[in-house]
Design a protein around this ligand. Sequence first.
Ligand SMILES: Cc1cc2nc3c(=O)[nH]c(=O)nc-3n(C[C@H](O)[C@H](O)[C@H](O)COP(=O)(O)OP(=O)(O)OC[C@H]3O[C@@H](n4cnc5c(N)ncnc54)[C@H](O)[C@@H]3O)c2cc1C
Length: 260
Amino acid sequence: MRFMVCLKPVPEPGSVKVDPETHTLKRESAALVLNPADRYALEAAVELKEKIGAEVVAAMMGPLNAAPLLKEAYACGADKVFLLSDRAFAGADTLATSYVLSLAARKLGPFEAIFCGKVSIDGETAQVGPELAAWLEWPSVIWVKEIIPDENSWKLVRATDEGEEVLEVKLPVLMTIEPESNDPRPPSIKRLLEIMDQEIPTLSASELEADPSLLGLGGSPTRVVEIFSPTYEGKREFLEGPPEETVDRLISILKERGLI
Ligand SMILES: Cc1cc2nc3c(=O)[nH]c(=O)nc-3n(C[C@H](O)[C@H](O)[C@H](O)COP(=O)(O)OP(=O)(O)OC[C@H]3O[C@@H](n4cnc5c(N)ncnc54)[C@H](O)[C@@H]3O)c2cc1C
């Protein structure tokens, strides 16, 4: 069995700058960390590997300075790690990102399962996993809490807004893993030392045999029209007078504003 885990490098909160011209994030200026939800995806893959035997391949689309995060992933149990990096990937929206990940899945595969995080803490769309499954024409199951493996079909327990669902799926399958469904292990010092001086293998657009028209900003149908910080203005209004009148006035104000 072979599993792919998709790991996203995200800007460390508080270190992000926005390009005022293109409205895109200046990712090269930010310190990067592993997307928190992806730790649960990696742990789910590694725990399953330990249970049934498998190779875990971690893939990350990101800038070259994201490479140390893949060393961390190796130290947390990934067997192989790959950085997908090319200037042509810059400004990718979820469609262009999932396209690149699908090329990696084809190039580095075959895989029986792909593990993604539930959502990223920066883009926060939760679209990349299901879109990657669509590129590969695989089924996808989101919010998976537990995997009960069998020969060719797995039972997946998934969280829903109301409770839980148990699904039976044939492999291959893509899953997004529900955070808090496991307890991600800390990096092993031994594995960290093993990989510390090694160069992380990088795959470029041409090595992935990508169609240039589907990459980066040009291959992204999403357009960021404007980015702004919301401002919250607190307004106070004092109601004065006898209590009965004040209460009546308060009730009519709340009704006017549709609050009651
Ligand atoms: C309106 C909008 C504007 C954006 N503007 C910019 C921008 O200016 N510049 C820019 O660089 N990006 C921008 N993005 C973000 C870009 O779309 C995302 O970096 C990327 O497409 C992933 O989407 P997401 O963050 O919503 O991930 P989600 O779909 O929330 O991620 C779910 C899971 O998919 C996997 N995944 C996601 N991304 C990767 C990755 N890169 N490598 C490996 N696995 C991954 C992870 O397992 C992750 O947990 C923008 C997104 C939106 C919606």
